[in-house]
Design a protein around this ligand. Sequence first.
Ligand code: GDP
Ligand code: IMO
Ligand code: MG
Length: 425
Amino acid sequence: MTQVDVLLGLQWGDEGKGKIVDVLSPQYDMIARFQGGPNAGHTLEFDGKKFVLNTIPSGIFNENIMNLIGNGVVIDPIILKRELDNLKKAGHDPVATGKLVIARKAHLILPTHQLLDAANEQKMGAGKIGSTLKGIGPTYMDKTGRNGLRVGDTTLPDFKARYTKLVEKHKEILSHYEFEYDLTEKEAAFFEAIEFIKNIPHVDSEHFVNGYLKAGKKVLAEGAQGTLLDVDFGSYPFVTSSNTTTAGACTGLGIAPNKVGDVFGIFKAYCTRVGGGPFPTELDNEVGENLRQIGHEFGATTGRARRCGWIDLPALKYAIMLNGVTELIMMKADVLDGFDTIYACTHYEHNGETIDYMPYDIISIEPKPVLKAIEGWKTDLTGIRSIEQVPSQLADYIAFLEKELEVPIKYLSVGPDRTQTLTLK
Ligand code: GDP
Ligand code: IMO
Ligand code: MG
């Protein structure tokens, strides 16, 4: 029997998960998304083409691989239909080839979930989460509140009645906000998309995945968001509404913890965050602006400017512990090519005391990062393809990180394209 390998983000999302899942996918028989929804934007580049996926797993461009949208994912049918329409236009039709299946236990994002997300954010004003406004929070609230609608419900004769009952409840809540809305167009698009997703096979992801494992096939679970956005362990309340950690792969697919194999933890050579919330190593200055411009740090889903800062080792160690990371993947090293000196936060300081972990009250105490200077490599990395070509300063940086983090860095990414990936181990 095989195990499920897991690939997930160790920072605040956008680490480059889509690119690496695509790169690793030939080693697997199935790629399975286990949580989050269209708040995710996973970018893939190959053969001069660029794709951004929101709900669909990043194995979709490898024709031999099955792709599963697991029960832990929340699905906006309108967005899923749009993603599939766009893929079809580009010559990829996973519905026709049978390479995409969705869990019937996955919850549906309704148009009113999005309205509730927007109304709530508007009311919070400056203190808002900075959500992606995709309705993620309200949908997971209805899931845990036991009100939600699931993919499997769409084929029931009383689906429309169930929908109406939930929407009435949402309208009642919306009446307490000063929030204008018109549902007509969205509702029509929703029901059109519901008909469309009936053409995608609905499966019980727990049986589907375990069946693959029993048959000796290899499965890779693809995370969305990042560990520091986990609803339990992230910088609460500035988090998303799902468990983005390895444990989320168990509940989001229906696999037992002892079925988890390798855990690939992916991080940028620096750090970014989009939306509100604490970010100890943030560079709200020219250096941060340089990172943003060089790294094209603008959201794949929302287009928002990402906040940029130096790599945060206490946060990474925390993420490695929570996820049981067995191998690390370092992304976007090329973005640092032009820097004379780069920095790594080794610990924080607060009131003259040293803190080497992420404190519970990180929001109120605003710990100051203590930075270690590291010599830059001043070399264009984007063309390098083998470990022998890695400049000595970068090799030193990698060795330093491996010593601090106590996990090997297996892959190094030096550009957005599939081919710009080095195997180090
Ligand atoms: P994800 O959400 O984790 O899949 O990451 P995103 O796609 O939101 O953001 C990562 C961005 O960085 C995308 O625009 C990628 O094309 C790009 N990218 C990925 N790896 C690299 C890399 O090594 N170097 C550079 N310069 N860009 C990269
Ligand atoms: P990928 O998978 C980066 C952030 C939002 C906001 C918070 C809550 O592409 O890495 P939500 O819409 O989930 O209620 O927003 O989480 N966020 C992400 N940031 N990458 C993502 O996904 C994100 N998904 C949500 O910006 O701060
Ligand atoms: Mg992203």
